[in-house]
Design a protein around this ligand. Sequence first.
Ligand code: PAF
Length: 285
Amino acid sequence: LESIRLPRMMQDTALAACARGKKIALVPTMGALHEGHLSLVRAAKAENDIVVVSIFVNPAQFGPGEDFERYPRDLAGDKEKLEKEQVDMLFLPEAQAIYPEGFKSWLSVEGLSEKLCGAHRPGHFRGVATVVLKLLNIVAPARAYFGQKDYQQSLVISTLARDLNLPVEIVVRPTVREEDGLAISSRNIYLSNDERKAAPVLYRALSAGAEAIKNGSSKIEDVKKTIHQVLRAEPLVTEIQYASVYDPNTLDELAAIKSPPVLLAGAIKLSNIRLIDNLVLNDLK
Ligand code: PAF
C-alpha cells in the first residue's frame, strides 16, 4: 500500500496512470474504516484497474460544536484493513495542503444542501461538495464510490458531477448493516452499551413506515405517524430532527405517496449522539 500525502504528487501519479490507460477508482473516506467502507473498496477493486482510498477528516464539513476534534481516528488499523483488501494507494493529505492560506473557492449545491441534514448542519454540504470536487480533481478517477447511508450526500455529489460535467461516474452502494439492522457508521463507537442496544430503533421505525406503505397506506400523515410512534417508544431517543417520506430527487417531503421511488429518511439523537438512516422503496407493493 503506497501512501501519498502531497496533493501534487497524488495528482501527478494519477494523471500518469490515466495516460497509461488505467481506470482509477476513488473511495473517499474520513478513516475509522468499517465494513461499509470495505464494501465500497471491494466494488471499486472489481470494476477498475487502480484503487485509491483517501482518508481526510475534512474540517470544512464540521460545524462549530460538532465532533471534528473527537472524530474517531485509527490510521494504523485503517492501513491494515486496506492492505488486506489490496488497495493500491492511500491518499492522506494534511488539512494545510487541502485548505492552504488564502483558500477562497467554495462549492454549493443549491436547493439540496439546505434540506434534511442540511437544515440541522448549516454549511455541512458546502464543505462536503468542496472537498469531494478537490479530491476528484486530484485523483482523477473514472469512478468514485459512496455509501447510500449518507443518501443526501450521494445526491449532492451526483448532482455536482452532473452539473459541472465532471468526467467521473458516481457509484452509490447499499448501506451495510449490523445484524440488528443498525446502519454501520464510524460514529457508532460513540454509543454506550445501552445506546447501542437502542440504536436500531431508527431502522425499525423506517422499516415500519415502509411496511405501512407496502400495506397500502398512501397518506403521508399515517406513515409519518407510524415512524414517529416507533421512535417515541424508545426512551433514549431525545430528539427527532426529521423522519418522514421524501421525493428521492428533490428531498421534499411528499404530499401523498403515489408512485415509486420514495425515500424514507430520518435523523435522531440518542442522548447526544446523532444517527441517520434511510430506505429507498423502488416498489410500493
Ligand atoms: O462520507 C464521508 O466520509 C465524507 O463526507 C467524505 C465523502 C469523505 C467527504 O469528506
